[in-house]
Ligand binder design. Structure first.
Ligand code: R5P
Length: 289
């Protein structure tokens, strides 16, 4: 059985269809004081798959804890979490004394609840394997790069550009598979919304650029990168992203600087979603079953 939650129901249902599994919703009631109550189907099979993306994660993590513990109590023996966006992966070290290393804390929390955790392009930078961050029996990190490359087939003359050195892993894979030119910029983050970007030495004049990143949060990274491309006379700048977190104001910021289209996978529900992940996720679930 596959269990989903209201805010990610369409995607969870698509996954259930791809796996030919029955679907049911975990009902979450939110009390006025901010607490949650979750209700699962009273009868569960031995293997239960939860599908919930972990953007805006704090409340969702508590609800997952309540749901997973309840599923075990109801007799489920194996619990799989499919979380296309995996939260807290960016804080992978203590950048200043006293800072929590959220990646390993949240990773351990999930591994204690679930036997398997499946996700898409987690933000692994200094940690190279998902298993090191999420020590579950199966910790599976899939990549949407092949789907993105297929999506970009109609943009054969574009230059792909990553906004920072970390994006090379996605940009290079997509560009090389599609025979596209690519480069990555150098980024310095001075604060949540204070970013300096210097572009690689590429001739962008009159060219179409697609900026590629794993996560867009405030949108500032991409906005500044797009502005730099336009200053170098790029003909147009479009954006392709795996996880469309999009904090408030991000899309407006893109419009201000002249970004054209924004495309994303459906790892997080957003109006820019145009690449479905259900088949990729279904194959991974079947692969560990
Ligand atoms: C960071 O390294 C990520 O790949 C993204 O570039 C970053 O999280 C984007 O954040 P924002 O949209 O807030 O600039």
């Amino acid at each position: 059985m596959l269990l989903g939650f209201e805010e990610y129901e369409e995607q969870a249902q698509r996954l259930a269809v791809a796996l030919s599994l029955p679907y049911a919703r975990v009902e979450a009631h939110h009390f006025p004081d901010g607490e949650s109550k979750v209700t699962l189907p009273a009868e569960l099979p031995a293997h239960v798959i939860f599908c919930r993306s972990l953007d805006r994660p704090n409340e969702k993590l508590v609800e997952l804890m309540l749901a997973a513990s309840t599923a075990r109590k109801l007799g489920a023996q194996r619990l799989t979490l499919v979380a296309p966006y995996l939260c807290y992966m960016r804080q992978d070290t203590a950048f200043a004394a006293g800072e929590a290393v959220s990646q390993s804390i949240i990773g351990r929390f999930l591994a204690d609840l679930f036997d398997d955790v499946i996700t898409i392009d987690p933000h692994l930078h200094r940690t190279h394997h998902l298993q090191d961050a999420v020590p579950a029996t199966h910790a599976v990190a899939l990549s949407a790069t092949q789907l993105m490359r297929d999506f970009l087939r109609s943009h054969a003359d574009s230059i792909l550009l990553g906004p920072d050195s970390e994006s090379i892993q996605w940009v290079r894979t997509i560009a090389e598979a599609g025979g596209l030119a690519y480069g990555v910029a150098n980024k310095q983050r001075l604060g949540d919304r204070e970013i300096h970007i210097s572009l690689p030495d590429l001739d962008l004049a009159g060219k179409s650029v697609v900026l590629v990143d794993d996560v867009i949060s405030s949108g500032e990274t991409i906005a500044i990168a797009a502005k730099c491309c336009i200053e170098k006379a790029a003909k147009r700048v479009d954006v392709l992203v795996t996880h469309a977190l999009f904090a408030q104001g991000a899309i407006e910021r893109f419009q201000q600087v002249g970004v054209g289209e924004v495309w994303s996978t459906d790892s997080i529900p957003h109006s820019s979603n145009c690449i479905a992940l259900s088949n990729l996720l279904a194959e991974a679930v079947q692969g560990i079953a």
